[in-house]
Design a protein around this ligand. Structure first.
Ligand code: PMP
Length: 451
């Protein structure tokens, strides 16, 4: 193993990092992770911490999931690659599709279209939504609606429905016909409404107004995360997503649930849509589908959407979209093993139990540290702290302080993620109660250092 300084130097010389300013990476070299086991990662200097980030919301089963590793190795040996473009398929993808059909049956989703990750899945869902309307003879339905603060990946379609300027401004102009409504975030919203249920109604009204303004017949789909993740773990009131479902159905608009984070147990339910009792028309998934061990994703499609395509006789339903790695057999084999482990371990139940402990612990920290403006979560293992320099004005904390907090938390035993003025926690779902304690005490050490 090369030493730390050698690797840092080479990293600075040759690697550009996603979601980072190149100059910032030079000034603050990233942690070099060289190993992991269980829910812990180890850096090049041998320092080991609990991974409060869970890879990137994806390593739900931890880093030592042997059945998944074995499935990948076996599949590589048997059939390392073949495409599933028209004319060929593979046995791994067939088996996976049957398992996914069963897994998502309560969500009303029965067909799978495979991708290489979350952004691909979002792009696929947006495209299929437009095509669905064309197949039905409603080709004017081309626009997309979404939530401000929503995150839908980085392809041009996904960036266009993203609701955070940081992921948009430098890449404009984006796709025309994408419009955003306020997110149901009680801590900050244009209505100054702090009651979650009233706020949900106001946001639903904003959706109704936008549809009326645009004309329902011009809108293809509304896309939303059932619980917003990257935007800072925004948990809508339980009436919100059912309300969106009703409005979409009444207006002939497809509802795409972006469950790249929430599918497979993170919210404490098997899917975020199920958490709110909603059946979407399409669902984008990725991340935990392969536990982060292989780049892979799937768009799950509702029966009625599938039938529209399958019964088409005009040729318009020919799918002119797909990726070289759609249905990759190694990804499919990894996903089969992940699904089996996910169900066997009932990781959703542990996510709910550990998530409740983590959320309660963060609320206790809020009582002690003024820098915590808002604590969000309470549904599985996805939590965020929004940090402020002043609770009254809610002005964002300065960057140096939040970075220092992250650094001290890391030295004290936990990797946490900083995104804007949020500290985001999305640990593996196989976390123990004592791991939760480690995360909380490490964060507390961080607050002590900046207070
Ligand atoms: N949608 C959501 C809801 C996500 O959280 C993410 C990634 N964090 C994406 C899409 C994009 O996924 P990927 O980074 O795998 O392309």
């Amino acid at each position: 193993m090369k030493d730390s300084n050698f690797l840092k130097e080479k990293n600075a010389r040759s690697v550009w990092h996603p979601m980072a300013h190149p100059a910032d990476c030079l000034a603050n070299p990233p942690t070099i992770v060289t190993g992991a086991h269980g829910v812990r990662i180890r850096d090049v200097d041998g320092h080991e911490v609990v991974d409060g980030v869970g890879g990137l919301w994806n390593v739900n089963l931890g880093f030592s999931c042997q059945p998944v590793k074995q499935a990948i190795a076996d599949q590589l040996e048997r059939l390392p690659y073949y495409s599933i473009f028209r004319g060929t398929t593979n046995d791994a993808v067939i088996e996976l599709s049957e398992l996914l059909r069963e897994f998502f049956e309560p969500d009303g989703l029965s067909r799978a279209f495979y991708t290489s990750g979350g952004s691909d899945s979002v792009e696929t869902a947006l495209r299929l939504a437009r095509q669905y309307h064309k197949v039905r003879g409603e080709g004017t339905r081309t626009k997309f609606l979404s939530l401000k603060k929503g995150y839908h990946g980085t392809h041009m379609g996904g960036a266009s429905v993203n609701g955070n300027a940081n992921f948009r401004t430098q890449y404009e102009p984006l796709l025309p016909g994408c419009h955003h409504i306020p997110a149901p975030l009680t801590y900050r919203n244009p209505f100054n409404e702090t009651d979650p249920e009233k706020l949900a109604q106001l946001c639903l009204q904003a959706l109704e107004d936008e549809i009326a303004f645009q004309g329902a017949g011009t809108i293809a789909a509304f896309i939303m995360e059932p619980i917003l993740g990257a935007g800072g773990v925004i948990v809508p009131h339980e009436t919100f997503m059912p309300g969106v479902r009703e409005i979409c159905t009444r207006n002939g608009i497809l509802l795409i649930a972006d469950e790249v984070i929430t599918a497979f147990g993170r919210s404490g339910s098997w899917s975020g849509s199920r958490h709110w009792g909603v059946q979407p028309d399409m669902m984008s998934t990725a991340k935990a589908i392969t536990n982060g061990y292989f780049p892979f994703g799937a768009v799950m499609i509702a029966e009625h959407v599938a039938e529209t395509f399958e019964k088409d006789t005009t040729g318009k339903a020919n799918i002119g979209h797909g990726y070289t790695y759609s249905g990759h057999p190694v990804g499919a084999a990894a996903a089969i093993a992940c699904l089996e482990e996910t169900k066997r371990l009932k990781v959703n139940e542990n996510a709910a139990a550990r998530g409740a402990e983590l959320f309660a612990g963060l609320q206790t920290l809020q009582e002690k540290y003024d820098a915590i403006g808002d604590v969000r979560g309470g549904h599985g293992l996805m939590c965020a702290l929004e940090l402020v320099s002043d609770r009254g004005t809610k002005a964002a904390i300065d960057k140096a302080r939040i970075n220092r907090l992250q650094e001290v938390a890391y030295q004290s035993g936990a990797m946490v993620r900083v995104s804007g003025n949020n500290v985001i926690l999305s640990p593996p779902l196989v976390l123990t109660a004592s791991d939760v304690e480690t995360i909380l005490s490490s964060i507390e050490a961080g607050f002590q250092a900046i207070t």
